[in-house]
Design a protein around this ligand. Structure first.
Ligand code: AMP
Length: 214
């Protein structure tokens, strides 16, 4: 199963992609997490991505596409994957399609998690992320059991530099301009399923698994 999770920032893609990938026993590939790992390790790619990410704009296609296509070439992706945060533009979607079609392969489903904009701003404002395993929490709606520590791995939680009000506003604008057109793009291909992302984590998770197994 090769799946894309599509949705605005704060829709719950990270949380749901992790769960879905565990259920399907395939890797979870999150472009944002890969960039943040590069930043933690202070690689050249990490330093380049940082300046874009802090402003809430997209990292240039050339490096992003190379990073993701390289990752899905790995043997652990041969049975499938859940892509989270990629593609984020028509150009990226076309690059992915071309790379897969060379191996007579294709994306099976695109799951679009839809959440109203006012809810996104609230969610991103209270978001905390584990520095080690990247699991997301929310200060009010899904706090960790121990203050500022990850329930899964005990790692330290932090607020992302791009979860500030200015960067959040910019990311939502970038989503509307660059990423939202992918909804129509994948609808035309007949592989898009829309999921209401407003409910509790469990309920949205069940809807996603249901859509995959349909
Ligand atoms: P995310 O963790 O998915 O919210 O991504 C955080 C930031 O990483 C984004 O605001 C972008 O700056 C960058 N990023 C992640 N995925 C992509 C992508 N597919 N294309 C370009 N930039 C990306």
């Amino acid at each position: 199963m090769k799946i894309i999770l599509l949705g605005p920032p704060g829709a719950g893609k990270g949380t749901q992609a992790k769960r879905l990938a565990e259920t399907l026993k395939v890797p979870h590939i999150a472009s944002g997490d890969l960039f943040r790992e590069h930043q933690e390790k202070n690689t050249e790619l990490g330093r380049l991505a940082k300046s874009y990410m802090e402003r809430g704009v997209l990292v240039p296609n050339e490096v992003t596409i190379r990073m993701i296509l390289g990752r899905i070439e790995s043997p652990d992706c041969s049975r499938g994957f859940v892509l989270d945060g990629f593609p984020r533009s028509i150009e990226q979607a076309q690059a992915l399609e071309q790379a897969l079609s060379k191996k007579k392969d294709k994306i099976d489903k695109v799951l679009f998690i839809n959440v109203p904009e006012e809810e996104l701003t609230r969610r991103l404002g209270g978001r905390l992320i584990c520095r080690i395993c990247q699991t997301p929490y929310h200060r009010e709606s899904s706090p960790p059991k121990r203050s500022m520590l990850c329930d899964r791995c005990g790692g330290e939680l932090y607020q992302r530099a791009d979860d500030t009000p200015e960067a959040v506003k910019k990311r939502i604008q970038v989503y509307a301009a660059e990423t939202a057109p992918l909804v129509e793009y994948y609808k035309r291909e007949g592989i898009l399923e829309e999921i209401n992302g407003k409910g509790p984590i469990e309920q949205v998770g069940k809807a996603l698994v249901g859509a995959v197994r349909d």
